[in-house]
Every structure is written in structure tokens, then in C-alpha cells.
Ligand binder design. Sequence first.
Ligand SMILES: C[S@@+](CC[C@H](N)C(=O)[O-])C[C@H]1O[C@@H](n2cnc3c(N)ncnc32)[C@H](O)[C@@H]1O
Length: 312
Amino acid sequence: MTPRTANTVRELLLDASRALEASGVDSARLNSELLLGHVLNSPRLHLLLNAQLIPTNAQILEFQRLIELRALRHPLQHLTGTAAFLGCDVAVNRQVLVPRPETETLALRALNLMEGRGAVTLMDLGTGSGCLSIALALALPQAMVHALDISAAALAMAQKNAESNGVDHRIHFHHGNCFQALRAVAAATSDPSRGQANTSPGLGGFDLIVSNPPYIPSAEIEHLQPEVRDHDPRNALDGGHDGLDFYRILAAEGAVWLKPTGFLVAEFGDDQGASIQQLFQPNRGWSISRLEKDLSGRDRVIIVGTATRANL
Ligand SMILES: C[S@@+](CC[C@H](N)C(=O)[O-])C[C@H]1O[C@@H](n2cnc3c(N)ncnc32)[C@H](O)[C@@H]1O
């Protein structure tokens, strides 16, 4: 057996941070602490306060295995199996996008708009892990959410996450291509002879649509960080030649699903704001729009209301 050079928490973290830094991993020390905390089932603070602790052989080997994978640029959240989003934990795997901090801005803006409205009906278009649906359902206890995705595997993960966060009774999951996923269900709901297995409001029935759609221009995907390029699902990233394919659908078909007092809140990529605002025109049922910045000060979220609203 090869003699171990690192035994204590302090030594393990030092070695691991060096290895991750050499592989170009951002925040190498933090990644090391989170992975060791995961293996030891201990909060980071506990590790830092017990730097002389010596983990078991099995724990050290498991930690070293995870550090090797992280150095190969597997996402941290795939190695721990979970991601934090607005105070809740969601399980993630290769079938769903790892929720991003920027998307918390989207969720917070959506919450601001819905607060005090009571029993609202929300649509989450492209739900992935379910992070937005779950965070909104948790913060708006009377809300009903309809979560849509083209990926059946993503919906299965989102359903599991809704259950683990205790909100599955208020989130309906629908499989299909954009609004098509809802059209069939809405038609069935309006026809009592077809049963009520999975109901949905129809056109004009939603207070809010949230969406973090695929918005990366196709040619840019190969230049992304390996964690994203090689591990996030392609259909969660690829927004077509200019990244706006999904936005064209949202702008063309979204307003008819909203109430006259409804909103769409959606995330977009760097420098896409102006082009996206152009898509949401009054002749498609939209009123004026507003762009919001993320925590790094970049325009990241569009809020747009339906035409009968004078302003946002
Ligand atoms: C960028 S991910 C967002 C996931 C999650 N909402 C989040 O913020 O982390 C986009 C999601 O849209 C889904 N998607 C892509 N094309 C779609 C389509 N045509 N119809 C419905 N969902 C689609 C993908 O499967 C993916 O889960």
C-alpha cells in the first residue's frame, strides 16, 4: 500500500486544494472543503474547527476519489448529488442542469410580483431539476405550479425533488415540447368525459410564467467550462444559432396563457437583453418590459406583462 502523505483534515485539504488549483478549478479550497464535508457528513465549520481530526482510511480514499473526479472537471454538485437553491436542496444528475445562483434572481423577482396575490397559478417552462417550481411553491403556500419539460428524465428528477421538499401536492408535471405539453392536458381538463388525471388551466389561466430556457448560442457551447460543456444536458443549454430560439416561442405563444394581469419572468444570457426585449411586442399581447440585473451587475432577467397592464 502506498504510504499516505496526508492524514489530518488540514493536510487533506491542503493537498486537495493544490490538486484542484493545478487543474484549473475555481475556488479550489472551497470545493475541497465541501467535498470533505460531504464524505465526513460534517458541516464545513466543523471541519475547520477540527483540522487535526484524522478520518478513517475508507473516508480518505473516498475523498481522494472525489477530488480526482473534480480535477477532471466533474461538477461539484454531481459529486455530492445535490445543489442548493434559495434555501432548499435539490438532487441533481446528468439529466438536469445544475441550478445556478443567477437563477435565484429570477425566482426572487417572480416572488416580488406574486406576493400578496393569494392562490396564484404558475407555469415553469423548462423545469429541469424543478428548482424554480419548488422554491416558488415553498414561498407561496397557496400557489399551484405547472412544471413543463421536454425531458422525461428531468421531470422524474423534478418530481423526486418536489417530494423531498414536501411540495409535490402543489406541482403538476407535464411532458412535451414547450406549450404543447400543456395544450393536450388543458384540452382534456375542459372535457369532463376525458377524466381529471392531470389537470391544467387553459389559455388565459396563469398569473405567471417563469422560464430559464436554453439560451446559449450553439457555436459557443464548445467554449464553455468543461463542467458545463461536458456534464449539463445539451438541450438545457442550446438556444440555437443566436441563443434566442426558445425566446421566439415564449414571445409568440406565451401571452395567450396569461391572465390580463399576468407576467412572464425569464432568464437570458450576456448581451441578449436588447434583442429579447424586441421580441415582446404589443401585437403579440405584451406590454412594456423591464430588464433586471443579477448579483454580478449584468442584465439577466426580463419581466414582461400582458397588454392590458399600463406598466410593470
Ligand atoms: C437551462 S435549463 C433550466 C432548468 C431549471 N429551470 C433551472 O433553472 O435550473 C432548461 C430546461 O428546458 C428544457 N427544455 C429544452 N427545450 C425544451 C422544449 N422545447 N420544451 C420544454 N422544455 C425544454 C430542458 O430539458 C431543461 O431542463
